[in-house]
Structure formats: C-alpha cells, structure tokens
Design a protein around this ligand. Sequence first.
Ligand SMILES: [Zn+2]
Ligand SMILES: [Zn+2]
Length: 327
Amino acid sequence: MRAMRLHAPRRGLELEDLASAEPGPGEILLKVSACGVCRTDLHIVDGELEGGRLPIVPGHEIVGTVIARGRGAERFSEGERVGVPWLGWTCGRCEHCRAGRENLCAEARFTGFHRDGGYAEVALADERFCFALPAAYGDAEAAPLLCAGLIGYRALAMAGDARRIGIYGFGAAAHIVAQVAAFQGRELYAFTRPGDSAAQDFARKLGCRWAGDSTQGPPEPLDAALLFAPVGGLVPLALAATRKGGSVVCAGIHMSDIPSFPYSLLWGERSLRSVANLTRRDGEEFMRLAPLAGVRTEIRRYPLAEANAALRDLRDGVLTGAAVLVP
Ligand SMILES: [Zn+2]
Ligand SMILES: [Zn+2]
C-alpha cells in the first residue's frame, strides 16, 4: 500500500510502498477513502511536537471502510464506513481516564503521531476509538469533522454560555465551529491575519456578524474568545477584547510563546485556558450535532502523493476551509 511517511522533521513526507499490517486483537483494518490535513500534522512535520514516533505516517482525520477485523473486533462490520480521530488509545486506568478526562491520559497514543495514520491507502485502528459517521456527508466532506470539527466543538463548549464569541484564525476548525455557534444562536466575530480579506469574506458568508484584522478590537467586548491560530501574540489581544468574567480558550496543540502582558488584561476574573485533544464522548456528541446544525465543510482535495503540497498550502495560509487527501 502507498503511504506518505515522515522520517525526520523538516524533511517533508516521502511516498513509499509499505506492507499492509494485519489487524491485531480489537483492531480494524480500513481502506482509506479520505484523510483530512490538520495543523497538528504540520507541527509534527515541522518538528514542533515532542514525543512522537519516527518514521510515522501522519493523518488523524481518517474516513475509511472496514476491510478486515482482528480477533474480538465486532463493533463495526466489514464494508462499514468509520472515522478515526486523533485519540487512538488510552490506558483506561489512570485518574484522568477514570474521571471521564481520557483526553488528558498520560499514556494516550495518538493517531498519526504514535500510531501510523491516514496519509495512506490503508490504516489500522483500535475499534473502540473509532466513530460511526453521519450519512449526510461524503467521505472527503466528513474528514474535517474528525479533528477540526471536534476540537472546535470542545473549545466552544469551554466557552460555556458565552453569547458573543470571537474566533481568532479562520481555518478548518473555525469554519466548522462558526456554523455550530451560529446554529446555537451565538454572535460571532472573526479575527484573521491583517488584510486577509478572503478569510474575512468567508467568515461573513458562514454567519459571522463581524470580521476584521486580529490587531483590531471588536465592535463590542467579547464574552469569550477561541484561538485557533498558533500565535502566542494573539493571547493578550484576545484578553483585551474580552469583557470582565469572560474566557479565552486556546484550542491548538502548539503555539508560539505568549508575550508578557499587563495583569490588568487578566484582571476582572477573565480566564485563560487550553483545550487538549478529545474524548470519545466529544466525538459521539459532535457527530450527532453536526448534521442537526446543518454544518457543511468546505474542502480542497489533494491526491495522496501531494500531501506535502497540502501541508505547504496550510502553512502559507492560502486554504479556505480544510485540505483533504484522497488516495
Ligand atoms: Zn489513562
Ligand atoms: Zn488535528
């Protein structure tokens, strides 16, 4: 089977012909029909995340059909379509796992980071961590739901009942969470790189009440801000745009350093927090919610062998919506 594999950071992915693995106990083997390209993949390829395995096949927004099942794997039948997210395995025993916070498990193994992922024709997954996908979506259209959608949903949930929501960085995650937030009756304010009028137009088209440069303040103070751009310098700007008692939620796995800022920006019971990974419960909830909320994903397809081009376009900020690899 063909796969795009990373051997060393900052060297790009190489197209290789690998032996297809046999599913072990509890595992399913999938014929990949689409795999989303996430900013986390870019951080892995660029060597900005510690602790992953090398060589590794990235990709954790996998849509595929079951072609073989290991011993005891009975949750899905052969031929069924399933989705594979970032959370690939957890210990099930630690205090976080037992408290319903498996996203924080120290032993967790992540798809496309510790386990080979979906930048390939075939992928293996532990069936307990896979999701059934809503029928309303085509394979490529469903792929971004599996991380961009899920993480956006978890970040939005952290904002509680905030009504005026600011979104910093209007890429794959933001374009989905904006639709969910609009469905929930919230007001959205989109902040993009200065002068990125394409992203600002896209944000307005998706129901944002206001869109502008991240260096600008919003027309009204925000109740909460969600940061999807991996830029630490946005944290003080987002705090300054948020009212007393509001929250700023950092949704990315990696961010450049946050510059020092005056305490007055945090004062007034503002809170600053991150969102890490996902739980299976997030996935089940979000896969039910996405079609109800009428979420549509804007995607750009790339052939599997062009994964490096897809990553480059993501790095350069020229994508509207999400990149998806199709074998
Ligand atoms: Zn655990
Ligand atoms: Zn991701």
